[in-house]
Write a new protein. Structure first.
Length: 131
């Protein structure tokens, strides 16, 4: 599947409008740099006290695909948008960065945000649909 979400809601303490802007900017960058017909996979999960969102170019052939270069200042294509995304993530106690999940050699764009403080110990009981 291109979008993989857990059955429980991943609730973070954040300004919804800013998170939507961050997600839109990443999506716009993906549309700009990924080849026609490419598949963008989005996965969200809970890892410890954090919500982690991965954006993965499913057709990437090199270890650092264009999507993963979103934060590179040398890329200039997404650099201003990348700075805004970094600022949004930081304001919400998180970060956006490039990393490789343990099951994948290629690099992904990753966003980590803290779970809502009151809900972090109740993660299995959170309802779907709130990110």
């Amino acid at each position: 599947d291109d979008i993989q979400l857990p059955s429980q809601t991943l609730t973070v303490l954040a300004i919804g409008e800013e998170l939507r802007e961050l997600v839109c900017r990443v999506g716009e960058h993906a549309a700009r740099v990924m080849p026609d017909g490419a598949r963008l996979q989005i996965t969200a999960s809970v890892e410890g006290p954090e919500v982690v969102v991965y954006w993965r170019d499913m057709g990437a052939v090199d270890a650092r695909p264009p999507l993963a270069r979103f934060l590179d200042s040398e890329e200039h294509v997404g650099y201003p948008s990348a700075r805004v995304c970094e600022q949004i993530a930081s304001r919400h106690g998180g970060r956006i960065y490039v990393g490789a999940p343990s099951d994948k050699a290629n690099l992904d764009l990753m966003l980590r945000l803290p779970l809502h403080p009151e809900l972090s110990t109740l993660a299995p009981r959170i309802r779907p649909g709130e990110f």
